[in-house]
Design a protein around this ligand. Sequence first.
Ligand code: TEU
Ligand code: CA
Length: 579
Amino acid sequence: MPDLKWWQKAVFYQIYPRSFADSNGDGIGDLPGIIDRLDYLKDLGVDAIWLSPHFPSPQFDCGYDISNYTDVAPEYGDLDTFQRLLEEAHSRDIRLILDLVLNHTSDLHPWFLESRSSLDNPKRDWYVWRDGKGSDPPNNWYSAFGGSAWEYDPHTGQYYYHYFFKEQPDLNWRNPAVRQAMYAAARFWLDMGVDGFRLDAIGTLFEDPDLQAYRGGPSPADLIHSFFKTHNQEEHGKVINELRKMFKHQVDQPEVHEVMGELRSVLEDYDGRILVGETDEIAYCAPDELHMVFNFPLMRTNRLTPAWVRDNQRQRLEGLQLLGCPAPGAWPCNTLGNHDTPRVYTQFGDRENDEQLARLSLALMLTLRGTPFLYNGEEIGMADLILDDIEQFRDMLGVWRYRLERETFGMPEGEAITIAAAHTRDKCRTPMQWSGALNAGFCPPSVKPWLPVHPNYSQRVNVSDQEGDRGSLLEFYRKMLQVRRETPALVSGEYLAVHEQATDYLAFLRVTREQVCLVVLNMFGRSHTLDFSDISLSNPNRSFHGARLLFSSREREQAGPPISRIEISPFEVFIAEIY
Ligand code: TEU
Ligand code: CA
């Protein structure tokens, strides 16, 4: 295997701390709970954790509104506990990256409290303050989370800018003092030994300095309201493109590259630390900027068809190759779910074959070229929980949508709840389901967890009922992670699509000098008898006559089938070394 770095071989597992494991029975996940579950993660076979924000926060945006960048939220533990988590993870050869929210702080962060206290406060220019135009805001920019991007502050008679909620005022990244303060926060955790950062919403760091107005057209509310009507991912793609036009003066300004470069140079003072940006913009992926960015376009569909994946891979890999991302060749990063998106089981299921499609989704993540990011709970098939009581919502984006539908569009209560429940990110953030006990073993039966537990925990969608059950999704994840770990070509091999006209199944090779793997993912319910004897490689010229089975999602004889006649079952995951 060419000398890949650890982050190019690793499988990442995102932990949403508030929902992962509650050690002290207050209904809220915490760091000691994660420590208690590190053996579970080691046994599952993940190599690295992305920890969503663990910092002190008023929790207006569920932790993405930070009020202290160099401490631990008291409900999760303290710095000593964090140090212990890091040591316990490292002792199990599990790396840990943190979630660095650069674009904004909480409006209760001391920096903002100082900044808003007076026009001449030394920290005034740490945030984006502007005079209004008469009684109007400085311009017509919107927030991505609804309403104007400008909040009037009567105390000083100016407006401050917020790309997200008004409780998340944007930092002014053109101010060197802001950069130094945030780099110092990064060093605080790097000095402790963390292995890097997932950088939140990096595209939003800068806004057009001349406040170039939005060219006019629908508001985010109008777009999002219309999207829900259709709620299909192709429509979602159109909405995303419209939103990108709407926010073009508020995101992906050229200076973002400068900050990514400065952050990268901070990391160069340490060994083996990484930066992965929450963006799909591959232009940030460079030897002097980010190690990885996410392949978000892959996720923007309701159904992972072979054609969809082939097109995505063609675009992403060719694009990364052109950029000369860190050798060897391009280095992609694939994911199908996180704390902002529907759960994989729900999003890519079809309500009839969900179990098989969940297996295919994972197999895709573990066999495509690049670093896979998994999301806690997907390994047991956790699904979206559709809430029916607005009082249970914790994601203010869901509450905003409810109010929008009720107050702006006059939707009846029941419909507004249904729409908001589909939109709120609470649906994918419910507590991890550890057992079939009440509250799924997340917290004591007598305690109300911070979000309701999905009731399907009592139908074997939980760790303890699936552990040791060969037919369970959890054991499938464990086995597939092991196969990937033991198959160098699946980790470092070039990707080469074959049988590209096939509509039902996705077939591709993963090629290194030493090994060639054939991967066949049958994404539909029809059987196929396939002939791969026509495969050949140039440079060096190679043809193939035999197949050695590495993994199949169904029982198969150990000896591989003849390469000219491979029978593939409905929804089968088939991986073989060919020679
Ligand atoms: O999300 C940034 C981002 O892309 C959001 O605009 C996303 O589209 C939204 O969550 C709707 O799906 C990051 C975090 O992942 C998210 O949880 C935070 O709410 C947001 O930044 C602000 O920090
Ligand atoms: Ca707790």
